[in-house]
Ligand binder design. Structure first.
Ligand code: GLU
Length: 306
């Protein structure tokens, strides 16, 4: 029997209302503080093309760290396993913008989904691509088949103006010889990628390419073997939620990635990709409603990878 995703999602949103006012949106990037914290969107897209939407599913928001999955996909297609000499693939167990670990591990970030790792990945893209900004944009547009996707210069500038911690990380990477380009250029490109505006509908479509990990990945000039897509999904599973990756795995049981804009995307391999958006975050930087909805969703549907 076909699972009634629409009805299940609608009921879960009602059941989760007691948590709807918990937490607050990120404000360390001033532009994100202006977002209405009570927005709530969900979109699930199946590999056979059905779409289920709730609330603000079609409103664009700043994807922030979700962009790290896209940049990793490009970097892996460019460098293959050479990439792992400059960035690790282990959970960090520390905050997404932590400096401490990077210092005692001599400038090799734990994984590509913490800020240090994503800054190295941004450097890789700058080194290899003639026009990295438009390449990244075209790649994401082609993944979700939406030409209206764009960066938000306002969010990118807002982050750069207050991005002291990311600047410290980048200088430490440069000191250890793990950045080939100028710190200023790498940070500018990193913040621009994070500023990308997408809706839950766009994100769930874009992540179908990762959910269909048994097929060759060929989108917007980026080609990956199924084995490389498998590795990206594995890193989402183990490192996708900052120092709460274990908790997300425990509660939800799907590979996924969150961003401080309040978005979460998760995939059920060979079946669907689901994106949620609710800007109120917990103290680890993950969306409270997003995590609760996804936990309840995989429990009620019995669809998790475990
Ligand atoms: N641009 C944000 C930062 O570097 C991304 C953080 C996130 O979404 O985890 O702090």
């Amino acid at each position: 029997m076909q699972t009634n995703y629409q009805e299940i999602l609608e009921n879960i949103v009602i059941e989760m209302q007691p948590f709807a006012k918990e937490g607050k949106q990120a404000d360390y990037i001033p532009a994100l503080a202006k977002v209405d914290p009570d927005k709530l969107g969900i979109c699930l897209t199946t590999v056979s093309g059905e779409t289920y939407k709730i609330g603000d599913a079609d409103e664009k928001f700043s994807i922030q760290s979700i962009s790290k999955v896209f940049s990793l996909a490009i970097a892996l297609s460019l460098e293959g396993k050479e990439l792992w000499k400059r960035v690790g693939k282990e959970p960090s167990g520390s905050a997404f913008n932590s400096l401490v670990q990077l210092e005692y591990e001599h400038g090799i970030p734990r994984n590509p989904f913490i800020n240090a790792g994503a800054i190295v990945v941004a450097d890789v893209l700058l080194t290899h691509l003639k026009d990295p900004k438009s390449f990244f944009l075209q790649f994401v547009r082609s993944l979700c088949d939406n030409q209206s996707i764009d960066y938000s210069p306002e969010v990118a500038e807002s982050e750069l103006a207050c991005g002291y911690l990311n600047a410290s990380i980048a200088y430490l990477l440069k000191y250890h010889g793990n950045l080939q380009n100028e710190v200023k250029d790498v940070l500018e490109f990193y913040s621009l990628m994070c500023s990308m505006m997408m809706s839950c509908t766009d994100l769930s479509r874009a992540f179908l390419a990762f959910a269909e990990s048994n097929k060759p990945f060929c989108h917007g000039g980026v080609e990956l073997t199924p084995s490389r897509v498998k590795r990206i999904n594995a890193i989402m599973q183990t490192c996708g939620f900052y120092d709460e990756a274990g908790e997300f795995s425990f509660l939800v049981g799907l590979p996924g990635k969150s961003g401080v804009g309040g978005g979460i995307v998760a995939i059920y391999p060979s079946k669907y990709a689901i994106a949620t958006w609710s800007p109120r975050l917990n103290n680890k930087g993950n969306s409270i409603m997003g995590m609760k909805i996804l936990e309840e969703f995989t429990t009620q549907t019995s669809e998790s990878i475990f």
